[in-house]
Design a protein around this ligand. Structure first.
Ligand code: GLC
Length: 628
């Protein structure tokens, strides 16, 4: 594996790379440099496959679309979108006999036009032409990935219990509701390890508070859950409510730890609680201060957190809102025509997550005052870093679960991620499958999507098929939005099929966990495209709906409505396991080539690779019952 580092301009250190790779002078010969146009270009041949860029839309092979690294709170992940919640500037070009990896280390906005404008070129455009460029070359894509991962530090290791099922919904509003949920799973024989607490456990959506009214006996509640081996995982949001008497707000203000505007005053933005200030997570002292606040919940027995709204999501800023109200007045009694109508409509329509708002505040980053828009992509990373670093001090002997919505490369050392607000759409089940390799490449091994979909209503069939895939992702969480059809595994009548499918996850935990640990420790892929292992097989190279899981398994999930099975391509002889439960399955040897496999709605298809074997353990009700 060959690794090189080049520099253009004077980049802001993102702290994503932890190894000092010596700088090579001059330009990298693989790329074209356009200083005036602030862009780089990389030629592609027709055969080249492009993987990576982390959590994005548009397939496993990224050729044919434009991706913008600009962390966005956008819950509508449709095909036209260019940015989701994270910025992972690493991609890999897999040629026939070799692979090249490119990591663009810069905290600002970067656009990757991957053979969209020109079919034989990747064009990388910058707002600021200041970055470190890392190049990795190897005969194998695995070599490129391990080269890249070896310089960004070891990925976060989640506790074992976090490999069990997590049930979530926005929101379980009371202690009683959570207890009833857990009892209903026990009664139905559905395994469970954790329950997420969404924003309603808090008092007025204030971080590090608990509603006395809805969770009156929180400490004992945590204990009662622990006695059943159920872990509670509360949400923490980035914005701190502005409220007299609220300690986190008053202390943060006193210490000067909130982000400030040009005039030195704190930015007033709004999220769930109404007006908030944003902690300056890029400031080391502010990070330490905020991270220490997790102690409040850890002291109460909590051992898991999810960090949210940390792009950061902004409903509006007070300054911009005032301007909008003033402007709206000027449209009153006017004849709104083709232009003025849309201007009027956009006044409110563009008030959230507005670029002008992101450019209106500053960070104190390593002693420098830096405008937020220059380092936007580092915000979520540093929120989770705040938690990760301080939790280690607060509870050095405890393994704590931590995952985030927004991220940048580097955050993978502190926590995992979930892929944000997807929908109960079949296309989003496929997107989940397609997103997994990009996550492994970027080091986010502990990851997964909202199983069943967050927004919209989920059918029993979709939840069964989605669960049959999610049992293989490290983070396995069923989560749904307020107002959607109930999506718990008990909400669709007879839950036997769910119970059996989830039981398979528990029976396979030794393999799943072992593959996870290997991916973390050996900088390898947890889930990989087929082309990684079969680079010379043209059919395998172009498959986007099958995945390799660790060393021994291949997945070919069913992701279409009313399907009774699917076509599958096997790049080598494999053994097809059609599992109805951990103890009821068919074992069918299949030859290399094309097959149609029947997969009933209550079945999980699984393939064991040539010369590999699979041990299927027993279904269990909780990870504490599994020896792994
Ligand atoms: C955001 C999160 C979602 C959560 C909701 C309420 O939309 O992405 O998971 O349920 O906020 O906290």
């Amino acid at each position: 594996m060959k690794m090189e580092r080049y520099r253009v301009g004077n980049p802001i250190n993102t702290e994503s790379v932890v190894v000092d790779v010596p700088l090579t002078e001059g330009e990298c010969g693989l790329l074209g440099y356009d200083y005036a146009g602030k862009s780089l270009s990389l030629e592609l041949s027709g055969e080249d496959l492009v993987y990576g860029l982390g959590v994005t839309t548009h397939g496993m092979n990224k050729r044919g679309w434009v991706f913008v690294s600009d962390c966005a709170d956008d819950p509508v992940h449709t095909e036209g979108k260019r940015s989701l919640y994270s910025a992972h500037n690493f991609f890999l070009v897999q040629k026939k006999e070799s692979s090249v990896g490119v990591y663009i280390d810069t905290p600002g906005k970067v656009t990757f036009d991957v053979a969209f404008s020109e079919s034989d070129e990747i064009k990388i455009s910058f707002e600021d032409f200041d970055f470190d460029l890392y190049i990795f070359e190897s005969a194998s894509p695995y070599g490129v990935v391990s080269g890249f991962r070896s310089i960004i530090g070891e990925s976060y290791m989640a506790p074992k219990w976090a490999f069990g099922l997590c049930q979530s919904r926005w929101s379980y509003a009371t202690e009683k509701e959570v207890e009833e949920l857990v009892e209903s799973y026990e009664k139905a024989g559905i395994p469970l390890d954790s329950v997420c607490l969404d924003i309603d456990y808090m008092d007025e959506y204030m971080d590090f508070t608990i509603s006395d009214e809805r969770f009156p006996d929180f400490e004992n509640f945590v204990k009662r859950m622990k006695a059943k081996n159920i872990h509670l995982v509360p949400i923490i949001d980035a914005g701190v409510k502005i409220k007299e008497g609220y300690e986190v707000y008053e202390e943060g203000l006193r210490k000067g730890f909130f982000c400030k505007k040009e005039d030195g005053k704190e930015l007033v933005a709004a999220v769930w609680p109404g007006r908030v200030h944003f902690p300056d997570f890029l400031n080391k002292d502010a990070r330490e201060w905020f991270g220490q606040k997790y102690r409040f919940l850890i002291d109460k027995g909590v051992d898991g957190f999810w960090n949210d709204m940390n792009e950061p999501a902004i409903f509006y800023t007070e300054d911009h809102l005032n301007e909008v109200f003033e402007k709206i007045e000027t449209y009153k009694n006017r004849n709104l025509d083709i232009n003025s109508f849309f201007e009027f409509k956009n006044l409110v329509g563009t008030i959230d997550n507005n670029p002008a708002d992101y450019a209106s505040f500053y960070h104190d980053y390593n002693g420098q005052r830096i405008n937020h828009s220059k380092v936007h992509n580092l915000y979520g990373f540093n929120m989770t870093r705040a938690a990760g670093e301080e939790i280690k001090k607060i509870a050095p002997d405890k393994d704590i679960l931590l995952f985030s919505r927004s991220s940048f490369i580097g955050m993978h050392r502190y926590g995992g991620i979930w892929t944000g607000d997807n929908c109960s759409w079949w296309s989003h089940l496929l997107m989940n499958i397609e997103q997994m390799p990009g996550l492994s490449m970027s080091g986010f091994i502990y990851s997964g999507a909202d199983t069943g979909g967050f927004g919209c209503d989920c059918s029993k069939e979709l939840l069964l098929r989605w669960t049959a895939f999610s049992i293989f992702t490290p983070l396995f969480r069923n989560h749904s939005a307020a107002g959607t059809r109930r999506q718990e595994y008990t909400a669709f009548g007879d839950s036997t099929d769910f119970k059996n499918i989830i039981g398979i996850r528990y029976a396979l935990l030794p393999y799943i966990y072992n593959s996870f640990v290997r991916a973390v420790k050996e900088n390898t892929m947890y889930m990989a495209p087929l082309s990684f292992a079969f680079p010379g097989d043209d059919r395998a190279r172009n498959i986007e709906d099958e995945l390799l899981l660790g060393d021994s398994l291949m997945l070919a999930p069913v992701y279409t409505q009313n399907a009774k099975g699917r076509f599958v391509y096997l790049p080598e002889d494999m053994t097809f396991y059609r599992l109805r439960s951990a103890s009821d399955y068919d074992v069918i040897p299949l030859k290399k080539g094309d097959h149609y496999i029947d997969v009933a709605i209550n079945e999980v298809p699984l393939f064991v690779r040539k010369d590999k074997s699979l041990e299927i353990g027993n279904a269990a009700m909780n990870t504490s019952e599994v020896n792994f």
